[in-house]
Ligand binder design. Structure first.
Ligand SMILES: Cc1ncc(COP(=O)(O)O)c(C=O)c1O
Length: 477
């Protein structure tokens, strides 16, 4: 083998890199624009040294209250002791990871546990490693169930299903700005509008009058826009799908595992899907595992024969340590009543945010959310002084019609981090929102600390917030 063209780093050396070194290597070897993008914020210029529970500790000694919930991944908080213990034990016992020749006891146990928690005959699971893979697995299953006989799939105009070619084609979000090719025959309905689905279902038919739609995919709660479908809408949709033989897929990659007040958002709404996808906190914050669960007859018809049993699989599907982490993650969710925690968080957070909306009516247009996933939508009107200031910003950026919303939301995020040691992020769909998505281990005191920090941030007013943001962007402090 040719010797490397330079020194190779050990991981311990990487852990000691300062921000200049990380940025230099990103610019050279990873993604230069990502440095500029995240570098606009204080956290883009900090190094996270370690994290525990609700907190991230930076190498310059700051303790940051993490209200991002790891963008859905951290329902259990950072480095939950039971998750760490399970993984350490698994490693100590030198358990086997790859199970292509042997059947895996962990796949067996994990799929059993999920079936025990899912309603009706949602009994059969498949595991992979990202949300988009789970979505595409579900879409393939629906297509295969109809044996390729139906050609169309419907999705909502407000949706996020991932960035692979198929999942991105099913996504309705201005975030995905480039038109990649995708799977054929995708049609779009209006989120939450049953009439717009009925119109498409009536229209998309074969010459014999039967439906030509193999699946409808929907987020019952759209994490990127914080909008939620009503129980009536979901029930009617369920009825349409059952009547027409259309496979109903609920994408709960973000909302699954108790994020929005129930174990899954659809629970209790009177509409059970044929396939549900999940990921994020399924891995307990440590494992990149995702999957779908489907009804037994559906899976049996699609894949249950010797030729096609492995028609849909990946190298890492059902990897040992990922599966045991998910088993532990689910047990914690049940043992520690994460559904109850999510409901408690909902009450305190939504009351607190509504109170702030009442206090700052000129700043806040809307607050909405469920469980531990809420958003604040800011009023994007700004005065002429700020307008003239930001017109100095390169024209291409300024032409983005959502730029002002991004600027205001970004200014709040920046101030929360710089002045109050609180980490948040923004949601990017039709509207830009400040996303508040704490882990389910958050305490009442931490919720109050966050609400107080947001109150004090908004109290300084829109102009000062924007000026502070632009100042720290220029000074890079
Ligand atoms: C609802 C939903 N579906 C799918 C995805 C895609 O997941 P991934 O980024 O792991 O591919 C996401 C990611 O945020 C999501 O929120």
């Amino acid at each position: 083998m040719q010797p490397p063209t330079g020194k190779l780093y050990r991981w311990q050396e990487c852990a000691e890199f300062d921000i200049e070194k990380i940025q230099e290597l990103y610019r050279e070897y990873f993604n230069k624009s990502q440095v500029e993008l995240i570098g606009s914020f204080g956290f883009g210029r900090a190094v996270a040294s370690h994290a525990e529970g609700m907190y991230i500790y930076t190498s310059d000694g700051r303790k940051i209250l993490d209200f991002t919930g790891g963008i859905g991944v951290l329902n259990h908080g950072h480095n939950h002791p039971r998750i760490l213990a399970a993984r350490v034990e698994f490693q100590k016992q030198k358990k086997m990871e790859v199970h292509k020749n042997f059947l895996s006891p962990y796949i067996a146990g994990l799929s059993h546990n999920i079936a025990r928690l899912m309603p009706e005959d949602l009994n059969i699971s498949f595991f992979c490693n990202s949300g988009a893979e789970a979505v595409e697995g579900a879409v393939k299953l629906a297509y295969k169930y109809h044996d390729g006989d139906r050609k169309h799939i419907l999705h909502a105009d407000i949706s996020f299903h991932g960035k692979l070619l198929g999942a991105a084609g099913l996504t309705g979000s201005p975030e995905l700005v480039y038109n990649f090719p995708t799977i054929p025959n995708i049609e779009c309905f209006e989120y939450g509008n049953i009439e717009s689905i009925k119109d498409l279902v009536a229209k998309i038919r074969k010459p014999n009058g039967k439906s030509d739609i193999y699946a409808i995919i929907l987020e019952p709660f759209s994490a990127s826009s914080l909008r939620e479908c009503s129980a009536d809408f979901l029930k009617e949709l369920r009825g349409i799908c059952s009547g027409e033989g259309i496979i109903l897929i609920f994408d709960e990659v973000y909302t699954g595992w108790a994020k929005t007040g129930e174990l899954f958002n659809f629970i209790g709404k009177g509409a059970i899907p044929d396939i549900v996808t999940f990921s994020k906190s399924f891995g307990g914050g440590k494992s990149s595992i995702s999957g779908y669960t489907t009804r037994t007859p559906l899976f049996r018809k699609a894949y249950d024969n010797l030729n096609e049993a492995t028609l849909h699989s990946t190298t890492f599907s059902g990897f040992g340590e990922e599966c045991i982490t998910a088993i532990e993650a689910i047990n914690i969710i049940v043992d520690d009543d994460y559904v109850g925690k999510s409901k408690r968080i909902h009450l305190r957070l939504s009351n607190g945010l509504k109170r702030l909306q009442g206090k700052y009516p000129d700043l806040i247009n809307d607050v909405r959310g469920s469980g531990a996933l809420h958003g604040v939508i800011f009023n994007k009107d700004i005065n002429s002084f700020v307008k003239s200031l930001i017109s100095l910003i390169p024209a291409k950026v300024f032409k983005d019609e959502r730029f002002l919303s991004k600027l205001i939301t970004g200014s709040v995020i920046s101030e929360l981090f710089s002045a109050h040691n609180v980490l948040t992020f923004f949601g990017d769909n039709r509207e830009i929102s400040l996303i508040i998505s704490p882990s389910l281990i958050v305490s009442d005191e931490e919720l109050d600390t966050f609400l107080d920090a947001l109150d004090r941030t908004l109290a300084i007013g829109k102009l000062t917030l924007i000026l502070n943001f632009l100042k720290q962007k220029v000074l890079k402090k």
